[in-house]
Design a protein around this ligand. Structure first.
Ligand code: ADP
Ligand code: MG
Ligand code: ZN
Length: 619
């Protein structure tokens, strides 16, 4: 169904054009008052030049006007007009009369123009009508554009709400084709699209569709994108507003805006209201002391409006958040946001699809999407979009006009580890330690079963501070991780430091990130995954913000907390010991691979495996 929203689009007659008109009028009036000086080029000069020219008999015409002398000189057959300040000079008239001139009668024509008093009518226009007109035009434009934003029937109340972006957009080009993966979410939203297309089908049977759907998921998974796609597919007006826009400085405005929004939506039905980042207003009301009055009023108004409108009319409310656990329970009860649509980080297939969508928008050669998708486990759609863009930028930098696989791989590394930092000075000894450290990770990973294959090792410093890194790429998608997998991962993380110890007999700060990650993993094994013998299946930690970083808080006694530390230490010690064994058994591989890496700075997984196998066969 096509929807006309004539009053709802911002009008084109803008303040700039009327401003131009005002300038034109002023220029015209100016020309009326100073007619003949406007169209001559006038040069400033000093009084002595004036006198000199007069004595030389070069002046044709002199005109005195409001304390300025304008005189026209014939120079090399050309008439030039000069301007100079008038000086108290009683003999000026005498001199002018006596002076010679190139004029036909040999005399200078001279005159004084007494500035004419403007006629009272003109004065009145300039002083009163013009400024009034100016203000009227500005006011008219401002109120018109705000009305356009607020919808055709904008009332005076809405005047104070400037800056809000509530206008119905009826020409959204985004469709479901732009949203890759997320098939479950699309499936659920298709029903809403269908409802907006054929409400009759649903109302005939007496059904009323969910009034609202809440999109939840980590940042960058396409929540905002898919909401736009729903509007694009349904071809209905789309009222988009961000939660924070409701909360304004003046108490009561947020609630007024909610009222306004729903009133307009009702007029434009069928349509979609989209409230992005709804947690800004929808936060639980009991949380914290001294709640924010303004926010609560706005939330209450929102709850009231959602109850108040008729679900069969065709107004669908979508909202997005990445903190669903903070939302007020009242918002989530049936009849309000009763549908919850989960947007997850994309899996392998999803990542391929997203890369394909974004690659379609850039020029590229045949690229190996599979490798890129496998190397980017855990990244969001927004990051993948960024990777494609970085690759395009790199291609331009390299003077090519198409993206190739190398661009994509490099930009994956840029997004994950930061840009290359070639200028950083690293001494030969440090380089050697870094090389052994990275080979240590790679070797330990390669010697264990159930460990992701090594894809690449490099010792080029990165802007993120990494001095080198070992990139492992999962061969497939793993849904469940078992205890051995996790332990092996910790062993791999300890591999770098172990290599420093075993070969260079030194410990460095280079392992700090490994230590952090290993500890986090070991801790999660004990407190959340029930993988320690001592605590069996007891949950000792809860995750607070699943979609934003996932920080945790302990839910056990202080005594248990101390014991957890011991358990964690135990796991890490075992892992460290295992890594030491693996490295000591393969010292020869370590040396050969490190030599190769020091020479080339980068070594691929295949090259590494080749070294590994040839050394082991020799034995
Ligand atoms: P969110 O609102 O969930 O934080 P956005 O919808 O703003 O994320 O996504 C940001 C950008 O990431 C989008 O504009 C799009 O380019 C890209 N993106 C995210 N998810 C997808 C997806 N599933 N398919 C295609 N592009 C995506
Ligand atoms: Mg968003
Ligand atoms: Zn390391």
């Amino acid at each position: 169904m096509k929807q006309e929203v004539s009053g709802a689009r911002p009008q084109k007659g803008n303040p700039f054009v009327s401003f131009l008109w005002v300038i034109l009028i002023v220029l015209f009036l100016n020309w009326l008052i100073f007619p003949n000086l406007m169209n001559r080029q006038i040069r400033a000069t000093d009084y002595s030049t004036f006198v000199e020219k007069m004595d030389a008999g070069a002046i044709k015409e002199v005109m005195v006007k409001s304390g300025q002398i304008y005189f026209t000189v014939l120079e090399n057959g050309e008439e030039l007009t000069y301007q100079t300040g008038e000086i108290e000079d009683p003999q000026l008239v005498d001199r002018l009369l006596k002076a010679k001139s190139p004029n036909a009668n040999g005399k200078i024509t001279f005159s004084e123009i007494v500035p004419e008093e403007n006629s009272p009518v003109l004065n009145f226009i300039l002083m009163w009508i013009l400024p009034g007109l100016l203000f009227y035009i500005i006011w008219k434009q401002a109120s018109r554009s705000i009305q356009a934003r607020m919808g055709a029937g904008g009332n005076f109340m809405s005047f104070g709400n400037g800056g809000a972006k509530i206008y119905a957009d009826s020409e959204i080009k985004t469709t479901f084709a732009d949203v890759a993966g997320q098939n479950e979410a699309k499936e659920m939203l298709k029903e809403i699209v269908d409802f907006l297309h054929n409400p009759k089908k649903y109302t005939d049977i007496g059904a009323s569709l969910p009034k609202g759907a809440l999109l939840v998921g980590p940042p960058g998974t396409g929540k905002t994108l898919i909401a736009r796609a729903v509007a694009g597919e349904a071809k209905v007006p789309f009222f988009a507003i961000s939660g924070s826009e409701f909360v304004q400085m003046f108490v009561g405005m947020g609630a007024a805006k909610v009222r306004d929004l729903f009133r307009q939506a009702n007029e434009k039905a069928p349509c979609i209201i989209f409230i992005d980042e709804i947690d800004a207003i929808g936060k639980r009301r009991d949380s914290g002391l001294g709640g924010n009055d303004e926010r609560e009023q706005t939330l209450n108004q929102l709850l009231t409006e959602m109850d108040g409108f008729d679900g069969r009319k065709g107004v669908v409310i979508l909202a997005a958040t990445n903190r669903p656990e903070n939302l007020d329970k009242a918002l989530l009860r049936p009849g309000r946001f009763d549908r919850r649509i989960q947007m997850e980080l994309p899996d392998l297939e999803g990542r391929k699809a997203i890369l394909n969508v974004h690659l379609k928008r850039v020029k590229h050669e045949e690229v190996d999407i599979d490798v890129v998708a496998r190397a980017t486990a855990g990244t969001s759609g927004a990051e993948l979009a960024n990777i494609v863009n970085e690759a395009a930028l790199r291609a331009v930098r390299m003077g090519r006009n198409k993206i190739n696989t190398a661009d994509l791989e490099e930009s994956v590394e840029t997004v994950i580890a930061g840009a290359q930092k070639k200028g950083k000075v690293v001494s030969a000894e440090e380089k050697r330690i870094i090389a052994y450290h990275e080979i240590g990770h790679a070797l330990v990973a390669a010697m264990q079963t159930h460990s992701a294959p090594v894809h690449k090792i490099t010792i080029i410093p990165r802007t993120s501070g990494a001095l080198g890194y070992t990139m492992q790429v999962e061969s497939g998608e793993q849904v469940l991780m078992n205890k051995d997998d996790l332990f092996n991962r910790i062993v791999t993380l300890t591999g770098g430091r172990t290599a420093e110890e075993v070969i260079c007999h030194i410990v460095t700060t280079g392992a700090s990130n490994d230590i952090e990650q290993a500890t986090k993993l070991a801790r999660a094994m004990v407190t959340r995954y029930g993988m320690s013998d001592k605590y069996d299946m007891m949950g000792l930690e809860t995750v607070n913000n699943a979609y934003l970083g996932g920080d945790t808080s302990l839910t056990c006694s202080a005594e248990t907390a101390a014991n957890i530390d011991l358990e964690v230490l135990d796991i890490i010690k075992k892992a460290h010991e295992k890594a030491r064994c693996l490295i000591q058994e393969n010292i020869q591989v370590m040396h050969e691979a490190a030599t190769f890496l020091l020479e080339k700075e980068t070594i691929t997984g295949e090259e590494f495996m080749h070294i590994l196998h040839s050394v082991r066969q020799e034995k």
